[in-house]
Design a protein around this ligand. Structure first.
Ligand code: TYM
Length: 332
């Protein structure tokens, strides 16, 4: 089977609807046809300050949510990034073939530092995309299923892989990005002009996977819409309504067009009710399962350790190839 790689940062207690719909749903689908490797990328998380005890907890919670959402840790490889030293080691090598100019063009860094300025950001946040390239290239991944916001990072991954191959000889598989058009970007319910994000400013705009059902319903009922009163898909003119239609379409398995027919002449309250039902039906069981898994952290840690062994085997082989190609003296 061809290899697949993807990951998420353990940067909040819960994943959100953007993570779930943009990435996890794809992962779940693709894991059947691919030799899938899914990482909880804690090395990435520390590029912004983290409280150590909380980070450990968030890492477990993220892993538990992968499993609860349907990632099978005995068929796929589900591990914690810091358990595999080769990520940091390959990132160093890739740092040395990345230009300052191309690293400076990464829009996510610019967005994340827009407010406080780049000078107060860590160098780690700046080189973050290079570590991400190392993640993907280490596993000879052919595809990387992500949301739209990761497109540029995977483009850089391809560039660095190709550059290394050209300079040092065929070493890396060059990956393709997999982004589903309909779910590439889920928007904040309170601020439907911006993507739903863990660092979102409005708590009510974010649907957390681990939210209690009643909270999910409340947030959906108070989602920002518009005054036009008609239900149709128009992401520019009607971003709030369009976002709700996307959520309902993806979770209910109905096309946006048939939803437009179904809701023609009906009010936003009806649409929100249907979205709330669909979200609660989808997230509810995931939440229950995740809480069950988290009730036995020792077992979860055991599963992660076994998976880390598998990940290490693949990653070490790639790193050995790289070290040889760049001309490092073998230890003996
Ligand atoms: P992260 O942790 O921010 O997000 C995890 C995944 O969720 C997707 N996503 C969204 N999709 C649709 N709508 C949204 N509002 C939304 N918000 C987030 C992201 O696109 C992502 O797929 N840099 C990555 C983590 C990473 C990684 C990797 C991914 C590190 N190494 C290697 C792939 C391959 C990140 O911060 O994702």
């Amino acid at each position: 089977k061809p290899r697949l790689f993807s990951g998420m940062q353990p940067s909040a207690d819960s994943l959100h609807a953007g993570n779930y719909i943009g990435a996890l749903l794809q992962w779940k689908q693709l894991q059947r046809d691919y030799d899938a490797v899914f990482s909880v990328v804690d090395l990435h998380a520390i590029t912004v300050p983290q409280d150590p005890a909380t980070l450990r907890e968030k890492t477990r919670r993220t892993a538990a949510q992968y499993i609860a959402a349907g990632i099978d840790p005995s068929a796929s490889t589900l591990y914690v990034q810091s358990h595999v030293p080769a990520h940091a080691q390959l990132a160093w090598v890739l740092n040395t073939i990345t230009g300052m100019g191309e690293a400076s063009r990464m829009t996510q860094f610019k967005d994340k530092t827009a407010k406080q300025g780049a000078d107060s950001a860590s160098v780690g946040l700046f080189t973050y995309p290079i570590l991400q390239a190392a993640d993907v290239l280490l596993y000879d991944a052919e595809i990387v299923p992500v949301g739209e916001d990761q497109r540029q990072h995977i483009e850089l991954t391809r560039d660095l892989g190709q550059r290394f191959n050209t300079r040092f000889g065929e070493t890396f598989v060059i990956p393709e990005v997999s982004i589903l058009k309909e779910t590439a970007k889920v928007y904040d319910l309170q601020n439907p002009g911006s993507k739903m994000s863990k660092s979102g400013e409005t708590e009510n705009g974010i649907l957390w996977l681990l939210d209690e059902p009643s909270r999910l319903v409340k947030k959906i009922k108070s989602a920002v819409t518009d005054n036009d009163g008609s239900i149709h898909y128009d992401p520019v003119g009607k971003p709030g309504v369009s976002n709700l239609l996307t959520l309902l379409s993806v979770l209910g398995g109905t096309s946006v067009e048939s939803l437009e027919h179904e809701f023609a002449g009906r009010g936003y309250g009806d649409l929100k009710g249907a979205v709330a039902d669909a979200v609660v039906a989808e997230f509810g069981p995931v939440r229950e399962r995740a809480l069950e898994l988290l009730a036995d952290p020792a077992e979860l840690d055991r599963v992660l350790a076994v998976n880390a062994d598998r990940a290490n085997e693949i990653a070490e082989a790639t790193l050995a190839r790289v070290y040889d190609r760049v001309g490092f003296l073998p230890r003996r």
